[in-house]
Design a protein around this ligand. Structure first.
Ligand SMILES: [Zn+2]
Length: 131
């Protein structure tokens, strides 16, 4: 029971980070792979400590000192990868995690979800509406 609570809150943290860092999210290696910093996609290699802190990746095999990010073998966490692929690769999902656009007229767009205040610029709206 208590482990479910911890699990749930870490998933939210992942989602928040991945939504704000979509390019990193798209670069994440598949969870079946393990990798070193040197072989990771550059965007991932640059953000290893943040990815660890946000439970997006984990250390698969520890080598050397705990803070030696060059030595460990890493792996993308399954839940984070699933979120990255299922939610973020869908171009109709907005940064707030919702789908749908409301056209207010005069070139103004917001998220289509009732009560969500997120504004959407014209280029994004066009991308979402056409996608
Ligand atoms: Zn929204």
């Amino acid at each position: 029971m208590s482990s479910n609570v911890v699990e749930g809150s870490s998933v939210n943290g992942e989602a928040q980070y991945l939504r704000a860092n979509r390019l990193v999210a798209r670069a994440l290696p598949h969870p079946d792979e393990t990798w070193h910093r040197a072989t990771a996609p550059p965007l991932v290699a640059e953000t290893i400590s943040k990815l660890l802190a946000n439970h997006i990746i984990e250390i698969a095999v520890r080598h050397g000192a705990p803070t030696d990010h060059n030595a460990h073998l890493y792996r993308t966490r399954e839940s984070a990868y699933r979120y990255a692929t299922e939610c973020l690769d869908d171009p109709t999902t907005l940064d707030c995690g919702h789908t749908g656009i409301r056209n207010l007229g005069g070139g103004e767009y917001t998220c289509g979800r009732e009560g969500c205040p997120v504004r959407v610029d014209r280029a994004t709206a066009r991308e979402v509406l056409s996608g």
